[in-house]
Ligand binder design. Structure first.
Ligand code: ARG
Length: 464
């Protein structure tokens, strides 16, 4: 039995005793790193092809490796592959099976390579694919938001600051704020992808290798953007995984803000929106309940991803060059970040699409909150009154409206004129919700004309 077949045997002739079962379990990663098997095989195929091109191994060995790895892939795919804890990780498992299948050729695969550059390569290849999928989901979510935005450009929502009614805004405008956030998240992921997509292979254990490897060729073969230029750095840093998790955490933070708004808006006190029943759950005791479990969980899972970011940062902190086994701990937080992010984006894209809005409830809330008080002040400024004085005048007018339990627009002209003689009949237009919204017609403002222009811009950008 070769060393690779079982570590019930000692690692090599150098070891006097085998690993204890506890140590074996403690040090093994195969239970979770097996999900990188495709990347591992992909990397091995490129490495073997390059070894043959460079004359390091023979063409027959390369062919045997290629065919053997195809069979290993088929076995893993079908579930027939037997993952062995004894073989520690995905790399040793695959290599051992390959060797079982093709003999000595399999043993030649690891020439000029170490698990240190191998694992770094695998994570990068795997993560690159996941980033692409997350990117597609981010586009889908933006499209869902865009659809809701377009349908609701003219719907008036009370915009909030401090969660107090501030000024009327288009509900479409509000949705587009999230499109902006997710567009930046997408951009961030693309930037991270460029740094993820660099080839460590060829760095070997830490110092490079004495075989005449062609690393540039392998990078091209694996569609990577470049080659890691320092072998010590290549095998030891996981900053690319940390950056990705940072970008994912930020994206989750954006999701959590939307989630929180959905929770608030669908509460009975607001009643602004409804989400489809399939995204809510009932209560086991209170028959009237429809709970926003999906947005709440997304809010909660944000904490989990932020935790992974902190975990990875601390994992890396203070590690001396080059590879340390600490780095095996990078995988679970990274994998969970990817899973959580993708699931959350997928479910939000669907949920947002099925959102229904209650424009009356939104308008009433805007009116109750004197959302157009600023417009009265602006009106007075246009009449030549200094803004600070206008602000004070409007405070008196709001106080009067509060004491009459009415909106500003319900105060008779004569009453308004007591606050300032310059006020005329056209003030009612200025103080209406739509008048207020239409007036904010600067680039990036909430006037429906601006919002429609933004919808068009996003449609063009997303090809939607
Ligand atoms: N399973 C290991 C990891 O995830 C692979 C690299 C192990 N290298 C080593 N020298 N022990 O980091």
């Amino acid at each position: 039995m070769s060393q690779l077949e079982s570590k019930s045997q000692a690692w090599s002739a150098l070891f006097d005793e085998p690993m204890s079962d506890l140590v074996k379990r403690y040090t093994a990663s195969v239970s979770f790193d097996q999900r990188m098997w495709r990347a591992d095989i992909q990397g091995s195929l490129a490495h073997a092809a390059m070894l043959a091109r460079q004359g390091v191994i023979g063409a027959a060995d390369e062919k045997a490796i290629r065919e053997g790895l195809a069979q290993v892939a088929a076995e893993i795919e079908s579930g027939a592959f037997e993952w062995k804890l004894d073989l520690e990780d995905v790399h040793l498992n695959i290599e051992a099976r390959l060797t079982q299948l093709v003999g000595d050729a399999g043993k030649r695969l690891h020439t000029g390579r170490s698990r240190n550059d191998q694992v770094a390569t695998d994570i990068r290849l795997w993560l690159r694919g996941e980033i692409d999928q997350a990117g597609e989901l981010l586009v889908a979510l933006q499209k869902s938001l865009l659809g809701v935005a377009e349908k609701n450009v003219d719907v008036v929502l009370p915009g909030f600051t401090h969660l107090q009614v501030a000024q009327p805004v288009s509900f479409g405008h509000h949705m587009l704020a999230y499109v902006e956030m997710f567009a930046r998240d997408h951009e961030r992921l693309q930037e991270v992808r460029r740094r993820v997509n660099q080839l460590p292979l060829g760095a070997a254990a830490l110092a490079g290798t004495s075989y005449p490897l062609d690393r540039e060729w392998v990078a091209r073969e694996l569609a990577m953007d470049g080659v890691c230029q320092n072998s010590l750095d290549a095998v030891s840093d996981r900053d690319f995984a940390i950056e990705f998790t940072a970008a994912a955490a930020l994206c989750m933070v954006h999701v959590s803000r939307l989630a929180e708004e959905l929770v608030i808006w669908m509460s009975q006190n607001f009643g602004f929106i409804r989400i489809a029943d399939r995204f809510t759950t009932g209560s086991s005791i209170m028959p009237q309940k429809k709970n926003p479990d999906v947005p709440e969980l997304a809010r909660g899972k944000t904490g989990r991803v932020v935790g992974h970011l902190v975990g990875l940062l601390v994992l890396m902190k203070g590690q001396p060059l080059a590879y340390n086994k600490d780095n095996q701990e990078d995988k679970e937080p990274l994998f969970d970040t990817v899973d959580t992010l993708k699931d959350t984006l997928r479910i939000f894209a669907e949920m947002v699409e099925g959102l229904t809005v209650n424009p009356q409830a939104m308008e009433q809330a805007a009116l109750r909150g004197y959302a157009t008080a600023t417009d009265l002040a602006d009106y007075l400024v246009k009449k030549g009154i200094p803004f600070r004085d206008a602000h004070e005048t409007v405070a008196h007018a709001v106080k009067a409206a509060v004491s009459h339990s009415c909106d500003l627009t319900e105060l008779p002209l004569a009453v308004l004129q007591q606050f300032n003689g310059a006020i005329e009949k056209d003030v009612y237009d200025a103080m209406s919700l739509r008048g207020s919204m239409n007036a904010r017609n600067t680039l990036g403002g909430t006037a429906p004309a601006q919002v429609r222009a933004q919808v068009e811009r996003h449609r063009g950008r997303l090809g939607a």
